[in-house]
Design a protein around this ligand. Structure first.
Ligand SMILES: Cc1ncc(COP(=O)(O)O)c(C=O)c1O
Length: 469
């Protein structure tokens, strides 16, 4: 059996097809044109479901075989591919695990993609505030989850995050056990952790814990094209049909075969080189941090040693405080030299390395950071502490579909948000549709924007709120 069934089928088709009498419109790039000039022979693999290929909506050919290889690699019951990112995977997992109108428990630092699942399923989220320290969110505690489960015994599912955008994990096993003991389905957003299972120096992956669904953005941390992701099923309680019927609601009937081929190659790459590439990349990341700390005022932030927090060593959080410059300024400086960071915030920047960085050149980056003159006496404010959770008084679905109006900040106080507002990255909503916009939230937003932060969901500073009847 081929170990890369999708790419083998694409190669076979490219070698045997005389002329495409089907979509896509570029005809495999066999004609000349701007697209061919740009992408060249890669276009012969941008295909549709013909010949030896397969349908992503009910796969029984190379997609199915490749999914089975991934499932065996991660040791899970089944794996499903998507070309719509973890976003589609999280929505589908939520819809697969709950009845319409159900209550669910959600750590407040979850990515905004779950909002679509909440709206489609008309779910009522009970939010749990994560612990934060030094401008970083660490995760929810077992005690806070226990309290939420006790307060909402009807909850049907618990969402968990492993790791945060900044690479921090908390005691996932304990959280999963608590949710299971309360008869809840557990969905783990492991968008940033597809590599965890392949090296012991990395935090534990949820695939080795009793969750029901684990959603991984393969494209974020593996050598995979942007948008390609997979979802693992760890339970026997649901059939393939049950899950695919939900996934197909949010998935195009025309998936990109380039993305699918990249998932296929990633599983083979992980099998052949996962451990050794990660070993090299982790060593490189340590060398990079040491060189930065030796030659510049920047220092690595790590989660507190007390508690069960762990840091993905490939996500490097650098505090800019000692330079007297904000994270945004440092990011701009790096950008001028062709280095684009993953994320900037008031007092820090985040560098993301992956298993493909085992030989990354360190010196030029450190030189570039060292060139940034420190600002004597420059005061770098930390990210303001997150505001208290706003009150949810309308279901997110009702608020989202209600007639809405736009009001300036002053008039937004006490009104119900109709849209989410969030900083991207990391895409964590500050307010969900259905929540009351209160004084604390308005003050936080003002503070964040005055420190250089940019928020999505505000219309030139104005809020979209549910219209008053
Ligand atoms: C924690 C987290 N979950 C889910 C997503 C959505 O992933 P995707 O971009 O693959 O749809 C993101 C994207 O940034 C994320 O950071």
């Amino acid at each position: 059996m081929s170990f890369t069934p999708i790419v083998s089928a694409l190669r076979e088709l490219a070698a045997r097809e005389e002329h495409s009498l089907h979509m896509p419109g570029h005809k495999r790039g066999l004609t000349t044109g701007l697209l061919f000039d740009w992408l060249g022979s890669a276009l012969q693999y941008d295909q549709t479901e013909v010949g030896p290929l397969d349908s992503i909506h009910s796969p029984d050919g190379p997609i199915r075989r490749s999914e089975q290889l991934v499932a065996a690699l991660y040791g899970v019951k089944a794996t499903y591919f998507t070309t719509n990112g973890s976003s589609a995977g999280l929505i589908a997992s939520l819809l697969a695990s709950t009845q319409p109108g159900a209550e669910i428990i959600v750590p407040r630092n979850m990515h905004k993609s779950i909002l679509a699942g909440i709206i489609l399923g008309d779910l009522w989220p009970h939010f749990v505030k994560p612990v934060s320290e030094g401008g970083y969110e660490l995760g929810i505690t077992p005690a806070s989850l226990q309290a939420a489960l006790a307060a909402h015994p009807q909850a049907q599912a618990v969402l968990l995050l492993n790791p945060t955008y900044e690479g921090v994990t908390c005691n996932l096993e304990q959280l999963v056990n608590l949710a299971k003991a309360a008869n809840c389905r557990v969905i783990v957003d492991e968008a940033h952790g597809a590599h965890f299972a392949f090296h012991p120096a990395l935090p534990k992956s949820a695939v080795s814990i009793r969750a029901d669904w684990v959603v991984q953005s393969a494209h974020k941390t593996l050598p995979v094209l942007t948008g390609a992701a997979w979802i693992h099923r760890l339970t026997d309680d649901y059939s393939d049909e049950h899950f695919r019927s939900r996934l197909n609601l949010v998935q195009s009937t025309s998936p990109s075969w380039l993305l699918l081929g990249s998932l296929d190659l990633a599983q083979e790459e992980l099998r052949l080189h996962g451990y050794s590439w990660l070993e090299q990349a982790i060593a490189r990341a340590e060398e990079l941090v040491a060189a930065i700390e030796q030659n510049t005022p920047l220092v690595r932030w790590l989660p507190p040693a007390t508690g069960d927090y762990q840091q993905d060593p490939l996500k490097i959080n650098l505090l800019t405080t000692a330079t007297g410059r904000s994270g945004y300024e440092v990011a701009r400086h790096l950008g001028e030299y062709g280095y684009h960071v993953e994320m900037a915030k008031p007092h820090a920047v985040l560098l993301t390395l992956t298993m493909a960085d085992g030989a990354m050149p360190i010196e030029p980056l450190v030189d570039c950071l060292a060139k940034l003159p420190s600002l004597e006496g420059g005061a770098v404010p930390q990210s303001p502490p997150p505001p208290p959770l706003p009150q949810l008084c309308l279901s997110p679905r009702q608020a989202y579909f209600a007639s809405a109006e736009t009001v300036v900040s002053k008039q937004a106080r006490g009104r119900i948000a109709a849209r989410p507002v969030y900083a991207y990255p990391p895409g964590v909503p500050l307010v969900y549709p259905g929540e009351v916009i209160d004084e604390n939230l308005l003050a936080y937003v003002e503070e964040l924007t005055s420190r250089g932060g940019y928020l999505t969901g505000l219309q030139e500073g104005a809020w979209v709120v549910v219209a008053e009847a």
